[in-house]
Design a protein around this ligand. Structure first.
Ligand SMILES: OC[C@H]1O[C@H](O[C@H]2O[C@H](CO)[C@@H](O)[C@H](O)[C@H]2O)[C@H](O)[C@@H](O)[C@@H]1O
Ligand SMILES: [Ca+2]
Length: 751
C-alpha cells in the first residue's frame, strides 16, 4: 500500500481485482446488480429466454410442482438441467411458495436465517429457466441456501411474485458478495439525513428509556433557521409528533441531566437547496452514516472508521458530509460529541478529525472549494484541540498529557437497564428505597454519595474513550493519560502543523468564531508551534507511557503518578499516529504483537490483564477475548506505516477470514464486534448489551458501520493472493502452508 505523503498515512490502493462493478454498461444488465435494480427490472424476470420447449406453467401448475418441496424426499433428482455453463444458469422461481418451502425445510430452528446450526437436508431443487421450469437443479449447502433465502426475501420486498434468478447470485465468491453488499446496500441502509424526508427514521432511538419515545429534536441557539424549519415541519406533519426544542445558550451538566426526561436528537448541519420547480429555498440535512443496531445517531470515532471504508467505496460525499457535521458540532456544541443525542452532550469520543479531513481532501483537492473545506476542518480541529483536549479538566498539567475526563452528572441513562445494578445495589439497600427511587434521588442531588460521584466520573470517561467498558479503565479512567488519546493528539499536532505549512503557506488566520481563550480574531497560526507541541508530546509519551522492557506503551495514572500495567491493543495506535521511533516499532512487533494476536486478529487486551471473570466480575466487551474493528484498522495502518507489511497483511487476513466465515455460515451476518478466539461462531458475544447486527429476518440490510469499513479497508491491505484465498475460505495456516510449499518447490527447481 502506498504511503500518501500528504497525510503521511497509508493511502487506499486501487480496488481489489475481481470486485464486480455495478453495471457492465448502461444497457447490459449485470447479474450482480444491486437488489433494487435487479428485482425491479420487469424484463429480467419475464422468461423469454426459454428454449424450444415452450411448455408453460400456470401459477397453480407450478405450485403443484413446488409441493414436491414439502414431500419427505424434496431433493430427489428428477429431470435435471445439464447446463455446463454454471455462470449462466438461471432459475425460474415462484417467490412466496419457494420461500415457504425453503424455510420449512431448511430453517429448522425457525430464526428466519439458514445457518450451519440448522439441521435441514441442505439441498433444494430449483426449476431452471432455460427449460422453462421443466428441469431442475439442486442448490446445496448452507451458503447457497442462505443466499437463496436472502435473494427471495429481497425479491418479495420488491413485490415480485416470480423471478428469474441467476445462479451466480447464489454461489458468488463470498468476498465479492460481502464487499458488494456493503458497497451497494449496507452503506445506504445506515445513511441518515435529518430533514423532512426522513426525520421519522433518523429520530428513532432504540435506547430511549421513557414511556413516550416520540421523535424530538434539539436545535442550538446559533441555528435559528433550523428552528424555523423544524417548527414548520412539526406543524405540517402533526402525525409524526415531532417535538422541537431550542437548546439553552449555555449547556451545563445540570441542564443535560434534566433533559433526560425528554431525550432527543441533536440537530446537525443542513445546507440550503432551491426547489427547481418553485424556485423556493429550503433546507436539506447533511447525511451521515450511523453505526447500526441500537446506535441510530452520528457517532464520533465510528464515523472516522466508517469513512475509511466509504473512501475506498468512492463515497467521498458521505465522508465529507460527516466532516462538515463534525465542524457543526464543534461550532454549536463545543465538541465532536460521543453521539448526537441530548444525553451525550457533555462528552466527546476519541478525536480523529484531522486525519479524516485530510483523507477527504486528498480525494477532492482538484475540486473547487477543496481548500476552503480543509481550512474549515483544520480551524474546527484547532478550536476543539484547545478547548476540549488540552484544557482543564482533561489536561494533566504535570505531565502535559491529556485524559478522557468529561463533565456530567448522575447515572448514564442510555445503558442497558441492569448495567449498574451491582454498583448501585449496596446504596439502594443503605437508603432503604427502590432502585428507581435511588437513581432519581441520586441524580437530582437529594441523596449525596461522593464515592458514587467518583465512580461515575470515571464511567463517563470510559464512555468518552470509546472503550466502554473494560477493566482497564473502570474506576480509574478519568485519571489516565492513555496511549490512545495521546497518540491521537500527537496526530492532530503533526497533521495541523504539516497542513498549515504545506497547504496554507505556513500561515493560517484564525477568524473570530474559532478563537479560544485569549486568542484574538486575525491571530495567525504557523507550523512551528504545532511541530513543537508534537515533539513535546512525544517526549512525554516516551517518558511516562513507554516500557522498553515490555516493548509496548501503557497508560499513566496521573493521580497515583505511576504507569499502569494493563496490556491494551491501543499500544498500536502509537504506530498509526507515527509517535514511535523505528526501534520502538520493532520492539512492539517482536514483544507486544504476539501477546495480542489471536485466531481472528487482534485482541482488545490480553487475558492476563483482564484477569479472572465470574458472576461478580462479568466480562466487559472491550476486554479479552473480544476484537474490535477500530483496533484492527489502526494497527494495520500503523504496521504499514513502519513497513511491517507482512504483519499487517497477516492480521488483516485473520480478521477478514473470520468475518467472511461467519458471513458464509450464518446467513450473511456482520456484527459490531467479534470474539476473536472463537473459530465457529465468533459473532456470538453476550457481554453487556450483547452484539449488534444480529437482529435481522431473512436478509441483513446494514451489517455494522465500522466492521463494514474494516472489511472494505482490509481488502486493500491484503495482497491479491490472499484475497483469492479468502474467497475460497482458506484458513490462514493452510494458506501459509501452501505458500511455503510453493516456495520450497520453486527453490528446489532452482537448484
Ligand atoms: O449504550 C451504551 C454505550 O454505547 C455506546 O458505546 C458503544 O457503541 C458506540 C457506537 O458504535 C461505540 O462508539 C463505542 O465504542 C461502543 O463502546 C456509546 O458510545 C456509549 O457512550 C454508551 O454509553
Ligand atoms: Ca435458522
Amino acid at each position: 500500500m502506498p504511503i500518501n505523503p500528504e497525510t503521511q498515512m497509508a493511502g487506499p490502493a486501487p480496488p481489489p481485482p475481481g470486485l464486480h462493478t455495478r453495471k457492465l454498461s448502461d444497457d447490459v444488465p449485470n447479474v450482480y446488480d444491486d437488489a433494487k435494480t435487479y428485482y425491479t427490472a420487469e424484463d429480467r424476470h419475464r422468461n423469454n429466454r426459454a428454449g424450444p420447449r415452450t411448455r408453460t406453467y400456470s401459477q397453480n401448475g407450478l405450485l403443484k410442482q413446488m409441493e414436491r418441496f414439502f414431500t419427505p424426499d424434496p431433493y430427489r433428482r428428477g429431470s435435471h438441467d445439464e447446463s455446463t455453463m454454471p455462470h449462466t444458469r438461471k432459475f425460474l422461481i415462484q417467490v412466496e411458495p419457494t420461500l415457504q418451502s425453503l424455510q420449512a425445510q431448511e430453517d429448522t430452528d425457525q430464526n428466519m436465517q439458514i445457518t450451519i446450526e440448522d439441521n435441514g437436508p441442505k439441498v433444494l431443487s430449483l426449476r431452471t429457466a432455460a427449460s422453462n421450469g421443466y428441469n431442475r437443479f439442486d442448490i446445496r449447502g448452507t451458503y447457497m441456501l442462505s443466499n437463496l433465502l436472502q435473494e427471495l426475501s429481497l425479491a418479495k420486498e420488491y413485490g415480485r411474485k416470480q423471478i428469474i434468478l441467476d445462479e451466480a447470485r447464489l454461489n458468488e465468491n463470498p468476498v465479492n458478495r460481502l464487499s458488494r453488499l456493503i458497497r451497494d446496500h449496507f452503506w445506504e441502509g445506515l445513511t441518515r439525513r435529518i430533514d423532512a424526508s426522513s426525520i421519522e427514521i433518523a429520530a428513532r432511538d432504540p435506547k430511549d428509556w421513557t414511556d413516550d419515545p416520540r421523535p424530538r429534536i434539539y436545535i442550538p441557539r446559533g441555528a435559528p433557521e433550523q428552528y424555523e424549519y423544524y417548527t414548520k415541519l412539526a406543524q405540517e406533519k402533526p402525525d409524526i409528533r415531532l417535538d422541537v426544542q431550542l437548546l439553552p445558550e449555555k449547556i451545563t451538566p445540570e441542564i443535560v441531566r434534566d433533559m433526560n426526561s425528554k431525550p432527543g436528537l441533536l440537530a446537525v448541519d443542513m445546507e440550503e437547496e432551491t426547489d427547481p420547480e418553485t424556485g423556493e429555498k429550503t433546507l436539506k440535512g447533511r447525511p451521515f452514516v450511523v453505526p447500526g443496531g441500537r446506535f441510530n445517531e452520528l457517532y464520533g470515532w465510528d464515523s472516522y472508521m466508517e469513512s475509511l471504508g466509504l473512501l475506498v467505496n468512492d463515497r467521498v460525499d458521505l465522508a465529507k458530509s460527516m466532516v462538515l457535521n463534525f465542524c457543526f458540532c464543534i461550532k454549536h456544541y463545543g465538541k465532536i460529541l460521543n453521539a448526537t443525542r441530548s444525553y451525550y452532550l457533555c462528552r466527546s469520543q476519541p478525536p480523529f478529525l484531522t486525519d479524516m479531513a485530510l483523507r477527504v481532501y486528498d480525494k477532492i483537492k482538484h475540486e473547487p472549494g477543496a481548500a476552503d473545506f480543509l481550512r474549515t476542518a483544520i480551524l474546527a480541529a484547532i478550536k476543539e484541540y484547545h478547548s476540549v483536549w488540552v484544557a482543564e479538566p482533561r489536561l494533566d498539567p504535570v505531565t502535559g498529557l491529556s485524559r478522557y475526563r468529561p463533565e456530567g452528572l448522575g447515572v448514564p441513562p442510555e445503558t442497558e437497564a441492569d448495567h449498574f445494578f451491582h454498583i448501585l445495589e449496596p446504596y439502594v439497600a443503605k437508603h432503604g428505597v427502590t432502585f428507581n427511587e435511588f437513581v432519581e434521588a441520586y441524580n437530582t442531588g437529594k441523596i449525596k454519595e461522593p464515592k458514587l460521584d467518583d465512580y461515575f466520573m470515571h464511567d463517563r470517561a470510559v464512555r468518552e474513550s470509546g472503550h466502554d467498558t473494560s477493566y482497564r479503565l473502570e474506576g480509574v479512567c478519568a485519571d489516565l493519560a492513555t496511549i490512545d488519546l495521546n497518540s491521537l493528539l500527537f496526530k492532530y499536532e503533526s497533521d495541523i502543523g504539516r497542513t498549515i505549512r504545506n497547504v496554507f503557506g505556513d500561515k493560517l488566520v484564525i477568524p473570530a468564531e474559532y478563537c479560544v481563550g485569549d486568542m484574538q480574531p486575525g491571530h495567525v497560526e504557523t507550523s512551528a508551534i504545532w511541530d513543537r507541541r508534537a515533539k513535546r508530546r512525544k517526549l512525554a509519551i516516551d517518558k511516562y507511557l513507554w516500557s522498553e522492557e515490555a516493548g509496548m506503551y501503557f497508560d499513566y495514572d496521573t493521580a497515583k503518578r505511576q504507569r499502569c500495567d494493563y496490556e491494551s491493543a491501543t499500544t498500536f495506535w502509537a504506530l498509526w499516529a507515527g509517535v514511535s521511533s523505528p526501534k520502538q516499532a520493532a520492539a512492539m512487533v517482536t514483544k507486544a504483537l504476539p501477546r495480542f494476536e489471536a485466531y481472528g486478529g487482534l485482541l482488545s487486551g490480553t487475558k492476563e490483564s483482564r484477569g479472572e471473570i465470574g458472576l461478580d466480575r462479568p466480562n466487559r466487551q472491550w476486554d479479552y477475548p473480544y476484537g474490535w474493528a477500530p483496533q484492527q484498522m489502526l494497527a494495520w495502518t500503523g504496521l504499514y506505516r513502519y513497513s511491517f507489511t507482512d504483519e499487517a497483511e497477516r492480521l488483516a487476513y485473520k480478521w477478514l477470514f473470520m468475518i467472511t466465515k461467519a458471513f458464509v455460515d450464518f446467513n450473511g451476518v456482520v456484527v459490531e464486534k467479534y470474539d476473536v478466539t472463537r473459530p465457529i461462531d465468533p459473532h456470538r458475544v453476550d457481554a453487556e448489551y450483547g452484539n449488534q447486527g444480529l437482529d435481522f429476518k431473512g436478509v441483513a440490510k446494514e451489517g455494522f458501520g465500522w466492521v463494514n469499513a474494516s472489511y472494505i479497508y482490509g481488502l486493500q491491505i491484503v495482497n491479491g493472493h490472499m484475497r483469492r484465498a479468502l474467497g475460497t475460505l482458506t484458513p490462514y495456516e493452510t494458506f501459509v502452508k501452501a505458500i511455503e510449499e510453493n516456495r520450497a518447490k520453486a527453490l528446489a527447481e532452482l537448484v
